[in-house]
Design a protein around this ligand. Structure first.
Ligand code: C2E
Ligand code: MG
Ligand code: MG
Length: 740
């Protein structure tokens, strides 16, 4: 009879009662072995030894099924591996697929079909028995025993193995579980240690129970120090309430986790921004154990965000709030004014002739001037008031809690005087003035936007009133202020539609009272817009280039008028015509002037061209050549609005000029303002040293006249003597005064 070749599941052998007792005894021993074992491998080795001893087998190896990478690893063997130190085997072979729940007998592995059918699978090296180790039907591993076994002895051995099976399985199951747990704890620990985010466990009262190295590093505390602290102690005071609120909701169970951005305080007191995620950690019974906080340092992002926010809301040049921010600040200010039943004043400030400084001295100079103005305006107001730059040379100040108009007037006065103080640019003193429009809100405007618009309109009125002044908005004040666009549209047709005309204002010798000259002043009566003031339309004409044909028309019309007066037998007086900067850049200017004079037969020395200071502070070769060419015609030159712009005595000396006209903003407050008196006096004195004729503009009162006379000013022009009038009226005036 041929010997059966394994593997075969072995049938249960009958067990007599004493055999049962022996088996119980064996099981107990096995359990004790496992309980006494130090570790999984040691316990398993002892078990293999005990089973081999029981069955008189020579050796056994326990293989463990690995999942990733798939294969088998040697967990324990008995007798011990020859002490050559070679490590426990790990093989990629899968466990034998024929392994079921029952112990298997292998008679002759070489001859057995099923063991050789799966060439890759694990195969026993020699005859023996295999005990599968399963837990919940999952194959955890198996023990391969080698030894002389016959089919008959196998049946008995199988009983022993069956008894050992559950005990071995239980041991392995626990050992593996514990090992997995240890593994995951180890993994978690290294994650916490290496994590790029801060991690903390915090108890109900806010105390740190755990803090990982990254959190310690972030807050610059040692772990020991941090564990002595409460989260509140490392939180920014402003963020404590909101964090507390969230933790309360967590505690009440309303939420299970929350995220927020807040500030923590470092050990040195400095703040860092963090993104905080807090989640509740519960025990198996669902009770709250502690909170897990994940803390991410977002300071860099916050700084970048703040930077973007700052740039979006502030003017890069002056650091003042920009228009966008101003709109918001104004809204807040009016809101609180409404609540308190008070008013705010919106002051719209525009620098006079800023564009010219910018164009002639360069943008860097313009920027420096704006920065300086920003500092000065800011210093004029309380910290609760708003100072913003809307763009260009436009600033706006919002005064809060305004009680009366006088308070605002005082501030406006102050702003005008600080604007006027010299600014040193390129080592030269430079002076600008400002015009301010004021709107009291909500008194003179129903909403913020209107308040700003009204202040802007009032500012234009201030410019019209001669610059370097302020004006309160009133509905009548700006009724006639036409929009810029409308001006541009209709100005293009003004010449051909004959809407332009000239008025004439006398200049008088202060000493004798006789008329010495007359200034031609442009008037525009638009069909659509009504009468538009020169200060409104001349800047538009300059910007659009329309000033060239218009200026040419003024020159010819004024010369024609002068010739007519002469023909009518009137005493010859100087004819003053204003020139604008743009005209000075026109190559045809000199030829135009010569043409106008000769065409109408006006002697060149009767014509005086008025230039503004800003036009000649260029002092470019070109401008200088142009002025010399004009002078060569025999025409006189005057500097208009002197004192508000930027020109020094040294510059004046180099210019071929004859007359200096003192700006009326200095005359206006004479004799009340000491500073204005001093400036006027200085200009007169300076002009005298250069042998210039000094004309004071805007003289309205006898006191002003007396002051000028006292300081030896040559001539005056102003409402005190005559307003600008049509040609006939001027002729009558000239006749009348010449007769007396
Ligand atoms: P400006 O050349 O300084 O002319 C004097 C301005 O002061 C005139 O304003 C005149 O009406 C005003 N004025 C004269 N006396 C008094 C006074 O006692 N009190 C007050 N409050 N004002 C007085 P207007 O006619 O509105 O002209 C404003 C500016 O427009 C002129 O200032 C001048 O720069 C410019 N302008 C006028 N006509 C022409 C022109 O034909 N060509 C150019 N390029 N500019 C012109
Ligand atoms: Mg003038
Ligand atoms: Mg003037």
């Amino acid at each position: 009879m041929s010997r059966p070749a394994g593997p075969k599941s072995v049938r249960r052998a009958r067990r007599p009662a004493d055999a049962q007792a022996l088996q119980l005894n064996f099981e107990r021993r096995l359990i004790q072995l496992f309980l006494a074992a130090n570790d999984c491998t040691g316990g398993m080795r002892d078990a293999i030894r005990a089973i081999c001893a029981e069955l008189h087998w020579s050796c056994g190896v326990c293989w463990r099924v690995e999942e990733s990478p798939a294969g088998l690893s040697e967990l324990a063997r008995w007798p011990d591996r020859v002490p050559d130190g070679s490590p426990a085997a790990v093989i990629t072979a899968p466990p034998p697929p024929w392994l079921g729940d029952e112990p298997v007998w292998i008679g002759d592995p070489g001859a057995d079909e099923s063991t050789s059918r799966e060439p890759d699978a694990w195969r026993p090296a020699g005859p023996g028995m295999i005990l599968p180790i399963r837990s919940d039907s999952r194959l955890l591993g198996f023990i391969a025993f080698e030894g002389p076994v016959t089919q008959k002895s196998a049946a008995v051995a199988a009983n022993t193995l069956r008894a050992a099976g559950p005990i071995v399985s239980l041991h392995l199951h626990h050992a593996l579980g514990a090992e997995q747990l240890r593994d995951s704890v180890r993994r978690l620990a290294s994650t916490l240690t290496l994590a790029a985010v801060g991690i903390a466990h915090v108890d109900d009262s806010g105390r740190f129970l755990y803090a990982n190295p990254r959190l310690c590093q972030m807050l610059e505390y040692s772990e020991a120090e941090l564990l002595q602290l409460n989260v509140k102690q490392v939180s920014h005071p402003d963020d404590i309430d909101i964090t507390d609120g969230m933790r309360d909701r967590l505690r009440r169970g309303d939420i299970d986790s929350f995220k927020m951005e807040k500030r923590y305080l470092r050990k040195d007191g400095s703040a860092i921004w963090v993104a905080l995620t807090v989640a509740v950690r519960r025990d198996n019974a669902g009770r709250r154990m502690y909170d897990v906080s994940i803390v991410e340092d977002i300071s860099a992002r916050k700084i970048a965000e703040d930077q973007v926010q700052y740039l979006a809301t502030h003017d890069g040049l002056t650091g003042l709030p920009n228009r966008a921010m101003f709109v918001q600040l104004l809204a807040l200010a009016t809101e609180s004014a409404k609540r308190r039943g008070s008013k705010v004043a919106v002051l719209f400030i525009d620098l006079d002739r800023f564009k010219i400084i910018n164009d002639s001295l360069g943008h860097d100079a313009g920027d420096a001037l704006l920065r300086e103005m920003a500092v000065r305006f800011r210093a004029c107001v309380r910290s609760s008031d708003i100072v913003a730059r809307l763009g260009g040379d436009e600033f706006v100040v919002v005064l809060q809690d305004v009680s009366d108009q006088a308070q605002v007037s005082t501030l406006a006065h102050h702003i005008l005087s600080v604007a006027m103080r010299p600014v040193e640019i390129n080592r030269q003193d430079c002076r600008v003035t400002a015009s301010i429009g004021i709107c009291l809100h909500p008194e003179a405007a129903q909403d913020d936007q209107t308040a700003l618009k009204n202040a802007d309109l009032a500012m234009y009125a201030a410019k019209e009133a001669g610059k370097n002044s302020y004006q309160f908005y009133s509905s009548s004040l700006c009724a006639h202020s036409a929009g810029r666009l409308a001006i541009e549209t209709h100005l293009r047709q003004a010449l051909e539609r004959n809407e332009l005309s000239l008025q004439y204002q006398a200049q008088v010798n202060i000493e004798t009272g006789s008329i010495t000259g007359v200034e031609a002043l442009l008037r525009w009566d638009s069909v659509e817009l009504g009468s538009v003031a020169p200060l409104q339309f001349i800047p538009v004409a300059e910007e659009t280039g329309l000033i060239i044909p218009i200026g040419r028309w003024v020159l010819r019309t004024a010369c024609a008028q002068s010739a007519r007066w002469l023909r009518e037998g009137l005493r010859p007086v100087r004819l003053c015509v204003n020139l604008s900067m743009r005209q000075l850049q026109d190559d045809r200017l000199v030829a135009d002037i010569a043409g106008a004079l000769s065409d109408h037969g006006v002697p060149p020395n009767l014509l005086e061209l008025e230039l503004t200071e800003s036009m000649i502070m260029h002092n470019t070769e070109r401008a200088m050549r142009m002025l010399s060419d004009i002078k060569r015609l025999g025409v006189r030159l005057a500097i208009d609005d002197f004192g508000t712009g930027y020109s020094s005595l040294a510059q004046l000396k180099r210019l071929p000029i004859d007359t200096l006209k003192v700006d009326r903003s200095f005359i206006r407050e004479i004799p009340r303002e000491a500073e204005d008196r001093a400036i006027t006096q200085a200009i007169i004195a300076m002009g005298k040293t250069l042998s210039l004729t000094i004309v004071a503009e805007g003289v309205e009162t006898p006191q002003q006249k007396a002051f000028l006379r006292e300081h030896a000013c040559d001539e005056m022009q102003g409402f005190y003597f005559s307003t600008p009038v049509p040609p006939d009226e001027f002729a009558a005036l000239l006749r009348r005064t010449s007769a007396t």
